[in-house]
Design a protein around this ligand. Structure first.
Ligand code: HEC
Length: 170
């Protein structure tokens, strides 16, 4: 008789247990997940697992960027820049790439976080004499200072170590 009763309640009990289990898992996943979990491209090809120093300004200061910062930069780059700058190259004219060599060779050089953010706020021609109309301007109302810095951090790190970054050979 008792066994009979228990059996009748068993499916409902199991269902309730399962629902509670799902809620706990979902809750844990939401609480424990950082906003930008490090991307495997960032940890493997950009070799960022621990925070790495990147050149901040012309005075030789550096700033630490975590794998999460660089991952956020990669996502922003993928969403807004890849169409023209796939793999750090530049498809439309003028084809000035995002390689470290090209960034260093610009006037003024663009191989620091501050210079890259300044460029995004106001894109300039390679010799720095005119406004650049082909590249995409990134106003403060669109990406905050910290987002723009993470985007710059991704570009700089990729220019330093990403295999094939900024090539003009496809
Ligand atoms: C519509 C195409 C287009 C898009 C989208 C675009 N760019 Fe550009 N970008 C260009 C072109 C063309 C140049 C070369 C400009 C020049 O030197 O006159 C350039 C140049 C640059 C340079 C300078 C490269 C160097 O070696 O000096 C940087 C940095 C840059 N882009 C960053 C970005 C970022 C960051 C984004 C996304 C927010 C972006 N671009 C989106 C077309 C684009």
């Amino acid at each position: 008789m008792l066994i009979h009763k228990t059996l009748r309640w068993l499916p409902a009990l199991l269902l309730r247990g399962f629902a509670v289990f799902c809620c706990v898992c979902l809750g844990l996943a939401l609480v424990s997940r950082p906003v930008y979990a490090a991307d495997s491209y960032v940890t493997y090809y950009l070799k960022v697992t621990e925070p790495i120093p990147l050149a901040l300004d012309d005075q030789g200061q550096t700033r630490l960027f975590s794998a999460e910062d660089i991952t956020e930069g990669k996502k922003l780059f993928g969403a807004s820049c890849t169409n023209c700058h796939v793999g750090g190259s530049t498809l439309p004219n003028p084809p000035v790439s995002l390689s470290l060599e090209a960034l260093k060779g610009a006037t003024p050089p663009r191989d620091t976080i501050e210079r890259l953010v300044a460029y995004m706020r106001r894109p300039m021609s390679y010799d720095g004499t005119e406004d650049e109309i082909y590249c995409r301007e990134v106003p403060e109302s669109w990406l905050s200072r910290s987002q723009a810095e993470h985007l710059a951090g991704f570009i700089l790190r990729a220019a330093q170590v990403a295999p094939g970054w900024g090539t003009d050979q496809f």
